[in-house]
Design a protein. Structure first.
Ligand SMILES: Cc1ncc(COP(=O)(O)O)c(CN[C@H](CF)CCC(=O)O)c1O
Length: 363
């Protein structure tokens, strides 16, 4: 198959402390195997939610009780549950370019969606105010896919928007907020919200492994009450074993150690990759969104389409993703722009990867 050097969707399994994970699993199973005999709380094991609530408060300034946390196997599944708590005629505002799988999911649920323009600070307030949206999905830590980091000023404007009409909510998708390089980490919107307007969503897919399918949302109290009334029949969608193992992994400090180690390593990989790209391509490329997260964008000042570059790359055995896939309701930019991930790019592969990219673009 195609080489996935630049994939923004895969993690580097070699980075994952499998031995430590397995010993946490063994410890959790020995101590709490009783829990496996029954169906646990639909929101997830309470003690696991206590651990996550503590971790969120320390790392992201999220203020919540464990009762407000719902664990789910993936952000999309949690979003499906969330849409059931909101009026059928809710209009969802999504960033454009944005997380197309969220757009496709909401579309598949026959929800009405309006795509909203972003700029280098994230979602544009004028576009939001001009729209009919009442629930906004936004990725303020590291806008997906452009990487924009939303400054505090814009966050305050967003909260003002949410508080100026009764049926408004902000879904803060904080999917890869663990990784910051040249930007100091800005506390979550949820932590700044005093009025239960922010639904905080997070995932362990980027910081640990997508294959764990461990994601979570923090519901404001009014929505939690609705969840309890209308979705109490649901069973937890995450494996109890994975939940208990994750709890042990966090409680023993292994999670924090892993984030520190991977941040250090990803910082080096990202800097090296950008240097090699600039060496090779010079001023025919521009890099953006590299200050945080596990990918950045590279646009090429050449007379070639994204499709042509992708196809050429496939000829050479290299998988590439263009930014066009993230434009749901508008025309993508003319300049070919690629989303380049580096979480799965070992330094020993870099010269080959950049060489293949060069051939895909210029041959
Ligand atoms: C904006 C955003 N919010 C959440 C997730 C995490 O989802 P989950 O693992 O289900 O918790 C991703 C994950 N990123 C996708 C997979 F890597 C990108 C796919 C593509 O580009 O089609 C994401 O981009």
């Amino acid at each position: 198959g195609l080489k996935k050097y630049f994939s923004h969707m895969s993690a580097d399994i070699h980075m994952f402390p499998l031995e430590k994970w397995l010993s946490c699993e063994e410890q959790a199973l020995k101590k709490k195997k009783k829990l496996l005999e029954e169906y646990i709380d639909p929101q997830g094991v309470y003690s696991v939610r206590q651990t996550i609530a503590r971790f969120l408060s320390q790392s992201r300034g999220v203020r919540c009780y464990p009762e407000q946390i719902v664990l789910g196997s993936g952000t999309q599944l949690l979003t499906r549950q969330l849409t059931k708590l909101l009026p059928k005629d809710t209009i969802y505002g999504l960033e454009e370019p944005g997380y197309q799988r969220m757009y496709q999911l909401l579309k598949s649920e026959d929800r009405s969606i309006t795509s909203l323009e972003i700029d280098w600070k994230g979602i544009r307030i004028d576009a939001l105010q001009a729209s009919m949206a009442n629930v906004l999905f936004t990725t303020p830590s590291h806008q997906f896919p452009t990487g924009a980091i939303m400054p505090i000023s814009r966050r305050i404007q967003l909260l003002n928007w949410a508080n100026s009409a009764p049926d408004r909510y902000i879904v803060e998708d904080d999917y890869d907020s663990e990784y910051k390089y040249d930007a100091d980490s800005i506390p979550s919107l949820q932590g700044m919200d005093g009025a239960s307007r922010v639904i905080y969503m997070g995932s362990f897919s980027k910081s640990l492994l997508p294959g764990l399918r461990m994601s979570y949302m923090v519901l404001p109290i009014p929505l939690l009450e609705m969840y309890r009334r209308s979705l109490h029949f649901l069973m937890s969608s995450c494996s109890t074993i994975t939940q208990l193992t994750l709890q042990a992994f966090i409680e023993t400090g292994e999670y924090q150690k892993h984030i520190k180690k991977t941040t250090k390593l990803y910082r080096i990989r990202r800097a090296m990759l950008i240097d090699k790209l600039l060496d090779k391509f010079g001023d025919c490329i521009s890099v953006e969104g590299e200050k945080s997260g596990l990918h950045f964008l590279v646009s090429f000042d050449i007379d070639r389409t994204e499709e042509q570059i992708k196809r050429q790359a496939e000829e050479k055995g290299l998988l590439l993703y263009g930014i066009s896939r993230f434009y749901n309701q508008s025309v993508p930019p003319r300049k070919p722009t690629l989303i380049l991930g580096f979480a799965n790019m070992r330094t020993t592969d870099m010269d080959e990867a950049v060489g293949l990219l060069w051939e895909a673009v210029f041959n």
